[in-house]
Design a protein around this ligand. Structure first.
Ligand SMILES: [Ca+2]
Ligand SMILES: [Ca+2]
Ligand SMILES: [Ca+2]
Ligand SMILES: [Ca+2]
Length: 126
């Protein structure tokens, strides 16, 4: 049992490591080394369409599962209809973008994308 638990924790650590080494700038479509707001919004809109399995106009919690916590989902849903429109999804991504933009220069570099807010943002763009 002890050996198995040790092995599991190694697998867990390995998967965390590979997640943090994923290219944080893959949404940098103009390849200038930073993610600007337009690039982020395009990535968020594309992610919304990918996640929206039933092809309606909103994302339900089960469709968004794994991308954001239940608390974040509620915070992103100001009209409290238990679903996120594309505008609500992008507005939430914008908030994280601004929180991650530590230098406040309107773009996110690789270091800012690795911040807590930057990583939360990346989960929304996947
Ligand atoms: Ca860019
Ligand atoms: Ca839906
Ligand atoms: Ca809503
Ligand atoms: Ca910045």
């Amino acid at each position: 049992m002890r050996v198995q638990a040790g092995l599991l924790s190694i697998i867990f650590v390995a998967s965390l490591a590979s997640a943090s080494f994923a290219d944080p700038l893959k949404y940098d479509t103009d390849k200038d080394g930073t993610l600007d707001l337009a690039e982020m919004e395009a990535a968020a809109a594309a992610a919304f369409d990918r996640l929206n399995n039933d092809q309606d106009t909103t994302l339900e919690y089960k469709e968004a599962k794994g991308r954001l916590s239940e608390k974040a989902f509620v915070a992103a849903d100001p009209d409290k209809d238990n679903s996120l429109t594309k505008d609500e999804y992008i507005a939430m991504a914008e908030k994280l973008f601004k929180a991650a933009d530590i230098e406040n220069d309107g773009t996110l570099d690789a270091r800012e994308l690795r911040s807590h807010a930057g990583r939360a943002l990346q989960r929304l763009l996947k």
